[in-house]
Structures are given as structure tokens and as C-alpha cells.
Design a protein around this ligand. Structure first.
Ligand SMILES: Nc1ncnc2c1ncn2[C@@H]1O[C@H](COP(=O)(O)OP(=O)(O)OP(=O)(O)O)[C@@H](O)[C@H]1O
Ligand SMILES: [Mg+2]
Length: 266
């Protein structure tokens, strides 16, 4: 393995945010992620698609430095984040993560949930963190709900608070793992709208999703995974219309034939 951080050269040109090389991870001897190579340029929105059990969540966690690697390495902003055989380095909120479950603190208001990490982790003065939280909550369409507790918010609203909370740490990369799959369709739409705004604002995003409309319309690129590997990686429109691999074609045929409207709508 190279001693320099993967991606160092390209990152100095300001072009590459994350480089994963030969990622491998197994559980109980079963390979879950194998030989994954992935380069994420700044400003790109990448949708990761694939059947259940394909290893999408595990790969995302590897990218975030939340999983020890068995093979390979992850470079983030020109620095080595993670490599096989050692504990991943922590980059704190520089990589923002949003999961299917919102995991908000139930005893804190929306504002307090968003302001917490900047105050605790970054030492931002409380008043300034609150003002920034208000701005972020406004950005995700929750200005009126900023003093509400999680139990007073819908799932979609809670997920938007979770997005604002990640944004409060000024992330250089946002990773989403099925952020809408626990939501009803009407709430799914509002969360996807926030994600689309984020993508349009130039944020670098990797999102695991079953929302085919979102992937097709809002992602620049689609990575299709099956059996722990990247089967196909290319422009979203190309994968949807003219996939090169039979495995990809079969997946889209099955998914787009699904009667669940969330899978085909934007
Ligand atoms: N902590 C764990 N311990 C053991 N096996 C695990 C663990 N996490 C994941 N796995 C297994 O690894 C495989 C890939 O899981 P992963 O959650 O990455 O898939 P996925 O593509 O995200 O699936 P889904 O679409 O259902 O979320 C699955 O077979 C799963 O059972
Ligand atoms: Mg998953």
C-alpha cells in the first residue's frame, strides 16, 4: 500500500473529496464489501442503489470511517481516514451522516438538537450556535418548528432536523443511508426536496436510496452494488436507460416494475 494518503494529489487541486481503494469488510467470514473502488469529486451527488443485503450500508460506514477495514483504504480531503489493520481516524462532523432513524435527543428542542454539537465539539458560543441553528432550520423549512421537541414533529420534520444537525458541523461530505425509507410518501417528498436543494447548492453527497425518481433526477451519478461489489458506476441517466451489465438491467426492471409509487416518483 502507498504511504501517502489516497487522493492527496487530486485533493490539492481541489477536485476530489474522497477516495476509497479496494475496500473490503466481512462479518463472520462472509465478505460483505469486496474490492470497492470509489472516487467522489467535490460537488457531486452519488446515489448508491442495489438490492437488500448488497452491502450498501456497510460500504457507506466504511467511507465514513465507522467500520474497520479488512482491505484497502479511504482518503478524505487528501488525508488518510482509514486503512486496513488500523482504527479509522475520527473526522468528527466533517463527514455528516444521516440515517433512516433520526436519533434526535428527545429531551431537546429542534434548535437545541442542531446547536448541540457545535457547542460541545467545536466550542461555538451557545448564542451563536442557536442563531446558526435557526438559520439551518429555516433552510430545511422548519423555522416555525424550531422550539418543538421531537415528539411534536412528524417523521419528515424530524429527519429535516437531523439534516440540519449534520449541516451545523459544516460538513465537507454528506452521507445519507436511506433517509426516507421510514417515512410516508408525503414526508418523503419534503425530505427529498431538502436533499435536492443541498445537491444544487454544491454539497458533495453520497446517498443510499430506494427512491429511483430522486436518483434519476437529482444524482449526477449512480453506483449500483450487488453481492458486496460495485457492479456498475456511471452517469445516472445512463444506468437507468442503457445499463451495460445484465445484473443492473435486471435490478432496474424489477424495481421500476414495482407498484410502490415512492419508487418511481421524484
Ligand atoms: N453487524 C453485522 N454483523 C453481521 N452481519 C452483518 C452486520 N451488518 C451487516 N451484516 C450483513 O452484511 C450484509 C450486507 O449488509 P448491509 O446492511 O450493508 O446491506 P444493505 O445493502 O445496506 O441492505 P439494505 O438495503 O437491506 O439496507 C447483509 O447480509 C447483512 O446481514
Ligand atoms: Mg442498508
Amino acid at each position: 500500500m502507498s504511504t501517502t494518503a489516497p487522493g492527496a494529489a487530486v485533493t490539492t487541486r481541489g477536485r476530489t473529496v474522497l477516495v476509497a481503494e479496494n475496500l473490503g469488510r466481512s462479518y463472520h467470514g462472509n465478505a460483505v464489501v469486496s474490492a470497492v473502488d470509489l472516487t467522489i469529486p467535490a460537488g457531486q451527488t452519488v446515489a448508491v442503489l442495489g438490492p437488500s443485503g448488497a452491502g450498501k450500508s456497510t460500504m457507506l460506514r466504511c467511507l465514513a470511517g465507522l467500520e474497520p477495514l479488512e482491505t484497502g483504504s479511504v482518503g478524505f480531503q487528501g488525508e488518510l481516514l482509514s486503512k486496513a489493520g488500523s482504527t479509522p481516524r475520527s473526522v468528527g462532523g466533517r463527514i455528516g451522516m444521516v440515517f433512516q432513524q433520526f436519533n434526535l435527543f428527545p429531551h431537546l428542542t429542534a434548535t437545541e438538537n442542531v446547536a448541540l454539537a457545535p457547542v460541545r465539539v467545536r466550542g461555538v458560543p451557545r448564542q451563536r450556535a442557536r442563531e446558526e441553528a435557526h438559520t439551518l432550520l429555516e433552510r430545511v423549512g422548519l423555522a416555525e418548528r424550531r422550539d418543538h421537541y421531537p415528539y411534536e414533529l412528524s417523521g419528515g420534520q424530524q429527519q429535516r432536523v437531523a439534516i440540519a444537525r449534520a449541516l451545523a458541523m459544516s460538513p465537507e461530505l454528506m452521507l445519507f443511508d436511506e433517509p426516507t425509507s421510514a417515512l410516508d410518501p408525503e414526508f418523503t417528498r419534503e425530505v427529498l426536496a431538502v436533499m435536492r436543494d443541498l445537491a444544487d447548492s454544491g454539497m458533495t453527497i453520497v446517498v443510499v436510496t430506494h427512491e429511483m425518481g430522486f436518483a434519476r433526477q437529482s444524482a449526477d451519478r449512480v453506483v449500483f452494488m450487488a453481492d458486496g461489489r460495485i457492479v456498475e458506476d456511471g452517469p445516472a441517466e445512463t444506468l437507468f436507460t442503457t445499463p451495460r451489465r445484465e445484473r443492473t438491467r435486471v435490478f432496474f426492471e424489477q424495481i421500476l416494475g414495482d407498484s410502490d409509487p415512492r419508487r418511481v416518483g421524484p
